[in-house]
Design a protein around this ligand. Structure first.
Ligand SMILES: Nc1ncnc2c1ncn2[C@@H]1O[C@H](COP(=O)(O)OP(=O)(O)OP(=O)(O)O)[C@@H](O)[C@H]1O
Ligand SMILES: [Mg+2]
Length: 286
């Protein structure tokens, strides 16, 4: 177990007429090294939930456990949590504070006490990792970038922390197809090769479904379903109710395999699924 919640409840503005119970007794466990998705309709509590994973929000009741220890208990617990679990906000502006992209991304390495040359290298690496050109952007204000560039700078700044877990709230929003592809490859690499635990909040499960081990579905602050994508997609009617759907290609490959056609259902992307179907088609024509 890496991150877990126990009966986690969160109420915004408690005791006022505006009190909103955003999370209602959520219990979940995220394993170290896994790739998880949190999905559900707007307002279901996804952003509220993930902001508990590094202690940014504190429970109204219940607990968050990090490596089995209650978050917030003991000296340095919260500070350690913010280092271990890097959180990329739904709105990147919410996490920006520096005047230049360089200073934004340099914050974590400087905090770690690296010397200027090492900071320089860490910033460059982090920006390059997300597909941004350090030379072009370093002196720009993070607030004055395009939506996609802001998103990537926010991710780079969190990567510079060298966290053990990366939690991204709607990371694909605002990216063009090339940016999406680059981020997809980066997340796959961080999870599979470097063993980072990755949690992605998304409305469009389709965009990352092939990387995901476990999906958590929220509805009105409650965790209503969890399981592997395969397990969830079998519960089609319940998913339809909350507007979560498997990608069409995912369904098509499984339907073909179910009818006995020799297709590999482990395709990772739409392109791979297309190739799979084309090779089946070519094979049949022969
Ligand atoms: N800062 C806040 N103050 C008061 N209420 C809030 C605040 N943030 C969120 N809420 C409320 O808490 C509930 C859950 O919101 P949350 O942002 O966690 O949902 P979400 O699933 O992330 O939605 P979306 O998909 O639109 O990002 C909603 O009813 C929302 O109005
Ligand atoms: Mg949200």
């Amino acid at each position: 177990m890496f991150i877990a919640t126990r009966d986690l409840t969160h109420t915004y503005m408690p005791g006022t007429p505006f009190a909103t119970q955003a999370l209602k007794g959520v219990n979940l466990t995220i394993e170290r090294g896994s790739f998880c998705a949190v999905t559900g309709p707007s307002g279901s509590g996804k952003s509220t939930l993930v902001q508990h994973f590094n202690g940014l929000l504190r429970p109204t009741s219940g607990q968050v456990l990090l490596e089995g220890r209650p978050l917030g208990e003991g000296k340095d617990s919260l500070r350690r949590a913010r280092r271990q679990v890097g959180l990329v906000f739904q709105l990147p502006e919410q996490q920006f504070f520096a005047e230049t992209v360089f200073d934004e991304v340099a914050f974590a390495p400087r905090n770690l006490g690296l010397d200027p040359a090492e900071v320089e290298k860490a910033v460059e690496e982090s920006l390059e990792q997300v597909g941004l050109d350090p030379k072009e952007l370093r002196e720009r204000s993070p607030f004055h970038l395009s939506a996609g560039q802001k998103r990537l700078v926010a991710i780079a700044a969190v990567l510079a922390l060298k966290p053990q877990a990366l939690v991204l709230d709607e990371p694909m929003a605002g990216l063009d197809p090339a940016g999406e592809r680059n981020l997809f490859d980066l997340l796959r690499d961080l999870n599979r090769r470097r063993g980072l635990t990755v949690v992605v909040v998304t409305h469009r499960l389709e965009e990352i479904v092939s990387l995901v081990h476990r999906v958590y579905v929220l509805e009105e602050g409650s965790l209503i379903m969890e399981g592997s994508p395969e397990e969830l997609f079998r519960r089609r009617e319940e998913l339809d109710r909350v507007g979560v759907a498997p990608p069409p290609w995912w369904e098509l490959l499984r339907e073909l395999a179910g009818k006995g056609y020799p297709v590999n259902t482990s395709a990772l992307t739409r392109e791979e699924a297309c190739r799979e179907i084309i090779s089946l088609f070519k094979g049949e024509k022969r």
